[in-house]
Design a binder for this molecule. Structure first.
Ligand code: ASP
Length: 338
């Protein structure tokens, strides 16, 4: 298996932090978080401030304001944080009307004796802390949802429309009819402390009340200050069924590199996944990606299919690094070679 481009070889130790890793959509997140880490910020404060930038962006349809809604057209957000030095965690699930779900998750961790608040209770908790309610469904996200609603069944009274440019980007392929998208970011400080966050609007057009892996400690995020941190994006149901991020950290505890650990959980998921989720070769037909950083600063990731990308800030600059796929990329639709 090829090694992560630009990343150290397995077993090779990097100087300790500050280091940040994130899903591929996390370049600006890492830049902001690194600035804060260098000013001495706590790792969870740094990564949450970083992902807030994406949650605030109405043009990013995977997180926070402008996230794609559930099947009723209502945006429901999931997020969790985990703090290495204290092993504390906090999360919110199916949170409506408050765009910075990660900040609310951080407050659940710091200001309650609980780990997870959901739905109405999570909203009331956020409002108690001064978060203002707002409509999270932007016009762009509403148009994409409406096109989905009008085109996903022939057995209802909604007529098929011509999709506009933006909606087509999300709807043009059958497999993109449901859209995943999330941001995960994990930090290793100069003192060797770890922290992480995952935040998302979850699976688009989900059944109202559906909770994915992103707010669940051990599924969409896990941090162990003695070992490392891991997070994930993609089909959350698999991570819920396999405690995937927890397993990545456990694999690293047992001596694997981050890349090996991410590939190992992908193999587990591929072995266990239901038949209806497999392609005609019997391979998983969904996307799933893992990102991991070890306490010694080694970073890596892996994705289910084809080459993937993750964001990596080595303390000097943030760039995309290539991560391997468990299976090769599917053939190009135009029949040409890459
Ligand atoms: N994992 C998220 C979920 O299942 C979605 C994603 O990462 O795209 O809710």
């Amino acid at each position: 298996m090829s090694q992560v481009a630009h990343s150290p070889k397995p077993g090779q130790r990097r100087a300790a932090g500050p280091i940040l890793i994130a899903s591929a959509n996390g370049i600006k997140t890492c830049n902001r978080a690194m600035q804060l880490l260098k000013e001495g910020a706590d790792p969870v404060d740094a990564v949450v401030a970083g992902v807030n930038l994406v949650e605030d962006d109405p043009n990013d349809h995977s997180v926070g304001l402008g996230g794609l809604p559930n099947e009723d057209g209502v945006v429901e957000l999931d997020s969790c944080v985990m703090h290495g030095p204290t092993h504390q965690a906090g999360g919110v699930a199916a949170l409506r009307n408050v765009r910075n779900a990660s900040s609310v998750a951080k407050l659940v961790m710091r200001r309650t004796d609980h780990v997870l608040l959901v739905g109405e209770g999570a909203l009331r908790f956020a409002k108690a802390h001064g978060f203002k309610e707002q409509e999270l469904l932007t016009d762009g996200a509403r148009r994409i949802w409406l096109k989905w609603k009008e085109s996903h069944s022939d057995n209802d009274d909604w007529l098929h429309p011509e999709a506009d440019e933006e909606a087509r980007r999300y709807l043009h392929l059958p497999e993109l009819e449901f859209t995943y998208g999330t941001i995960n970011c994990c930090a290793l400080t100069a003192d060797g402390d770890l922290g992480g966050v995952t935040t998302t609007s979850g699976l688009s057009y989900k059944i109202p009340g559906r909770v994915g892996d992103s707010p669940i400690i051990g599924a969409g995020l896990y941090v162990d200050n003695e070992v490392g941190a891991a997070g994930s994006t993609g089909r959350g149901e698999e991570n819920l069924q396999n405690c995937s991020s927890f397993m990545v950290v456990e694999f690293m505890r047992n001596g694997m590199t981050p890349e090996q650990a991410c590939l190992a959980i992908l193999k587990r998921v591929a072995h266990k996944c239901e038949k209806r989720l497999r392609n005609d070769k019997g391979e998983p037909a969904f996307g799933l990606t893992f990102y991991a950083v070890r306490k010694d600063g080694l970073v890596g990731g892996a994705t289910m299919r084809g080459e993937g990308k993750m964001a990596y800030h080595d303390g000097t600059e943030c760039r995309h690094i290539t991560i391997p796929g468990l299976y090769p990329a599917p053939p190009r639709r135009d029949g040409k070679d890459d």
